[in-house]
Design a protein around this ligand. Sequence first.
Ligand code: E4P
Length: 217
Amino acid sequence: MKFFADTAVIDEIKELAETGLLDGVTTNPTLIHKSGGDFVETVTEITKIVQGPVSAEVVALDHDGMMREAEVLRKIADHVAIKVPLTPDGLKTCRKLRGDGTMVNVTLCFSANQALLAAKAGATFISPFVGRLDDVGQNGMDLISDIRLIYDNYDYDTQILAASIRSPVHMLEAAKIGADVATAPTKILMQMFNHPLTDNGIASFLKDWQATGQKIV
Ligand code: E4P
């Protein structure tokens, strides 16, 4: 499973990139607002740090407006994925951009039927929002399972990008179902490293190593 960082904070992205485990980045207008940076400058900087897909979202609601914004965003770098909402205009824009060879991330997906439409529009990524479904009392992971089943039935190559991830358990469940990608806040990605037995094991190995009085170098 590929890991994308769901953040527009440059220092966090640099730190995650240094682990060698980061495959891409997703941004949205809220994350850009939280980062405090200029949108185009921030995306440009991210594309220099991460060579995998970097999602940048259009804010226009009509196809022509989306295309005008996408023109600006896709000029930033070839690995920018244009994020469009799951609306008729969004999918029309998706189809057009894919025809030009541009990656497209169809966002704000909350049903399997919506995911089916996005695959038919040739989306590179579909972003089902797991946490936001959980928030309204639906099981977000059930949506990931349904989309996996449908995409496998028809061999769609649209990648399932599990989004709105709120915990390491979400990461685990998405991986078990077979999501192609999960995008998560930095905190969640770093929490995946944690296990108290790892910490205890390191502490006891170090104690015993010191007792040997030896050095490796
Ligand atoms: C995905 O691309 C979105 O940016 C993100 O995962 C939304 O997550 P949220 O529901 O925590 O805002």
